[in-house]
Design a protein around this ligand. Structure first.
Ligand code: SF4
Ligand code: FES
Length: 250
C-alpha cells in the first residue's frame, strides 16, 4: 500500500505543534499499525531526522500504553481493539491517515503523540485498591463465596486497561467510564465492600481535581472503549457515590 500520513509533531509541552505530512510505500496489509509507524521511524532515522515519539509497550492489548487518535477515532477505525491490535488491512491503498495524540486538558502532550496520563495513576492511588493483612498463612481462594453474577461483573469491570480512550473520545473529556470500572471491580466483591464508601468518594474527588469534564451520557466512551466497558458501570458508580455521600452526612 502507498499511504500519506498526517502526523501531529510537537517538540515538547510548550511547543504549539502541527500536522506534518509523510509518504510511505510498500506497506503490507498484514502489518500492525505500530509496525507501520516503526517503518516510518526507521526511514526518518536513516535520513537523520527525528523519529515520531509514540507510546507502546506490550503490543498485545494488555498494558493500555498505546494511545493514538487515528482518523478521528481513539484507537482507530476497528472496534474492540487497541491501537497496537489495529492492522493495516483496515486501510486502503492510497489512503490518507491522520494520527494525533489523545486530546484532553488532563492529558497534556509531552512530545508528538505521547500524552501524560499520570492523572489516571493519581485517581488509582486515591482508592483503586483493597487493604488486606498479608502476614500469616495465605487464605484459601474459596473461603469467601461470591455469587457468579457478581464475580463475572467484577471481572468485566477489571478488563479496563486504563488506556484513556474513553476520555479522548468524550466531547467533555470525562473520565467517568474509567473511574466507574475501577470503583465497580472492587465494590462488587465482599473484599472491596469494607472501604467502598471512602474509595468512591476519594476517587471521584481526585477525578474532579484532575480537570476531567462531566459525563453527559453521549455514550462515545463505550463505543470507543477497546475492552467493551459498559456504561452501566457509570450508573453503578453514581449509586455507590450517592450512598457514600448520604452515609457521610449522617
Ligand atoms: S474504560 Fe475502556 S477506554 Fe476507558 S481507560 Fe478503561 S479500557 Fe480504556
Ligand atoms: S501497547 Fe499495550 S495495549 Fe497497546
Amino acid at each position: 500500500m502507498k499511504l500519506t500520513l498526517k502526523i501531529w509533531r510537537q517538540k515538547n509541552a510548550e511547543d504549539k505543534g502541527q500536522l506534518v505530512d509523510y509518504k510511505l510505500d510498500n506497506i503490507s496489509e498484514d502489518m500492525s499499525f505500530l509496525d507501520m509507524l516503526d517503518v516510518l521511524n526507521e526511514g526518518l532515522i536513516m535520513k537523520g531526522e527525528e523519529p515520531v515519539a509514540f507510546d507502546h509497550d506490550c503490543r498485545e492489548g494488555i498494558c493500555g500504553m498505546c494511545s493514538l487518535y487515528i482518523n478521528g477515532e481513539a484507537h482507530g477505525p476497528d472496534r474492540g481493539v487497541t491501537t497496537c491490535q489495529l492492522h493495516m488491512r483496515m486501510f486502503k491503498d492510497g489512503d490518507t491517515i491522520y494520527i494525533e495524540p489523545f486530546r484532553a486538558k488532563a492529558f497534556p502532550v509531552i512530545k508528538d503523540l505521547i500524552v501524560d496520563r499520570m492523572a489516571f495513576e493519581r485517581i488509582q492511588q486515591a482508592g483503586g485498591y483493597i487493604s488486606v493483612n498479608t502476614s500469616g498463612n495465605t487464605q484459601d481462594a474459596n473461603a469467601i463465596p461470591i455469587p457468579k453474577l457478581d464475580a463475572d461483573l467484577s471481572m468485566d469491570a477489571a478488563a479496563c486497561i486504563g488506556c484513556g480512550a474513553c476520555v479522548a473520545s468524550c466531547k467533555n473529556s470525562s473520565a467517568m467510564l474509567f473511574v466507574a470500572a475501577k470503583v465497580s471491580q472492587f465494590a462488587l466483591l465482599p473484599q472491596g465492600k469494607i472501604e467502598a464508601a471512602d474509595r468512591v468518594m476519594n476517587m471521584v474527588n481526585q477525578m474532579d481535581e484532575e480537570g476531567f469534564g462531566n459525563c453527559t451520557n453521549t455514550g462515545a466512551c463505550e463505543v470507543e472503549c477497546p475492552k467493551g466497558i459498559s456504561l452501566e458501570f457509570i450508573a453503578r458508580m453514581n449509586s455507590e457515590y450517592l450512598g457514600a455521600a448520604i452515609k457521610s452526612e449522617n
